[in-house]
Design a protein around this ligand. Structure first.
Ligand code: NAD
Length: 316
């Protein structure tokens, strides 16, 4: 039977992709090293959900140290989600984790992928951070990437490596540039997770800068749908797609929606703007709509409500 690999399967987005595939009765191998960028207990919880399926196998370890030739033998699709995420931690001494986990790990995987006979697709998790402070909003894939964070630089390098291996060895990659993904299991260093946790603990929400920054927020099930489509759409190979939520929202509007959901006013605490954060992001998703039939389906209010329920069950 053919198999599917999800790297970063214990993480936020990877665990959702793996779960969706398991529900379709696919044979899934999840790979994760359970590093401590954030509390690995959360990653163990995600994996426990996947382990409940008999068609799931966990391979625990660093991508850079695995026997990929053997692993890829009967594998048709790899969803490469493993990475060192997060913009702020990518400055300073933390940078090595970014080069290792984003660039080196991807290169190891691509080297093996070029010789993998059964591999039909390698879907790479890229990011809107490659654009930096794009002058064109919404931003389309033809805009030259200009990252404003070391994180964005390493993800762009990895995406470009995928392009090189496609051109030279025919590795069938598809790159999805996610725009701020949220929902249940969201990483604890991400804004909505921090916000809801603060509300639950009756603390003020930390806001970087003036709160007027805008983001294109993508609910995780929409990101999952984009991945599944990227693995099958005939014209997707070798292409890069923006994956956004369909609308651009000001952060202060998000806080108003959150207040409605939690049923009480939200206390905020303004702190200095973080270096490396783009001021605005907005995805032009027309290419994904055309080739992947991508149609974001979950509204911000609906998605935030689901994340709030999850945060409450996690911390109380
Ligand atoms: N969450 C977002 O909003 C967002 C936005 C843009 C892009 N992305 C990208 O999507 C992907 C998933 O992000 P996430 O938010 O789910 O992050 P996450 O940190 O929750 O998941 C990543 C997982 O990869 C694992 N990992 C990292 N390096 C590894 C290695 N060398 N070997 C084995 N496992 C390793 C980690 O232990 C972690 O569980 C990443 O590639 C990230 O860059 C995420």
């Amino acid at each position: 039977m053919t198999k599917i690999i999800v790297t970063g399967a214990a993480g936020f987005i990877g665990s959702h992709i793996a779960e969706a595939l398991l529900q379709q009765d696919k044979e899934v191998i999840g790979i994760d090293e359970f590093n401590d960028y954030y509390d690995p207990t959360l990653k163990r919880k995600n994996i426990a959900i996947l382990k409940a399926y008999s068609n799931f196998t966990l391979v625990e370890g660093d991508i850079q140290l695995l026997d990929w030739q053997t692993l890829l033998q009967d594998v048709e699709v790899v969803y490469h989600q493993a990475a060192q995420a997060g913009v702020r931690a990518s400055w300073g001494s933390g940078f090595r984790a970014y080069t290792e986990r984003n660039i080196n790990a991807t290169q190891i995987l691509l080297e093996a992928a070029k010789d993998a006979k059964n591999l039909q697709r390698l879907v790479f998790a890229s990011t809107s951070s490659v654009y930096g402070d794009a002058e064109t909003l919404p931003t389309h894939e033809g805009i030259p990437p200009r990252p404003v964070s070391p994180y964005g630089i390493t993800k762009l390098a990895a995406e470009r490596l995928c392009g090189l291996y496609h051109k030279n060895f025919g590795v069938p990659f598809v790159s999805l540039r996610y725009f701020t993904v949220y929902g249940p299991r969201q990483r604890p260093d991400m804004a909505f997770h921090k916000f809801f946790k603060a509300v639950l603990q009756d603390e003020a929400i930390p806001i970087y800068g003036d709160g007027q920054q805008t983001r294109d927020f993508t609910f995780v099930s929409d990101a999952v749908a984009a991945n599944l489509a990227a693995a099958t759409a005939p014209d997707a190979v070798g292409e890069i797609f923006n994956i956004g939520g369909g609308s651009r929202v000001v952060l202060t509007e998000v806080l108003e929606t959150m207040a409605e959901i939690v049923g009480k006013p939200i206390k905020t605490n303004h702190i200095e703007k973080a270096m490396g954060d783009a001021r605005h992001t907005a995805a032009d998703v027309s290419k994904a709509r055309k080739i992947l039939q991508y149609q974001p389906a979950v509204s911000l209010k609906e998605g935030l409500t689901q994340e709030w329920h999850w945060i409450k069950s996690l911390y109380s």
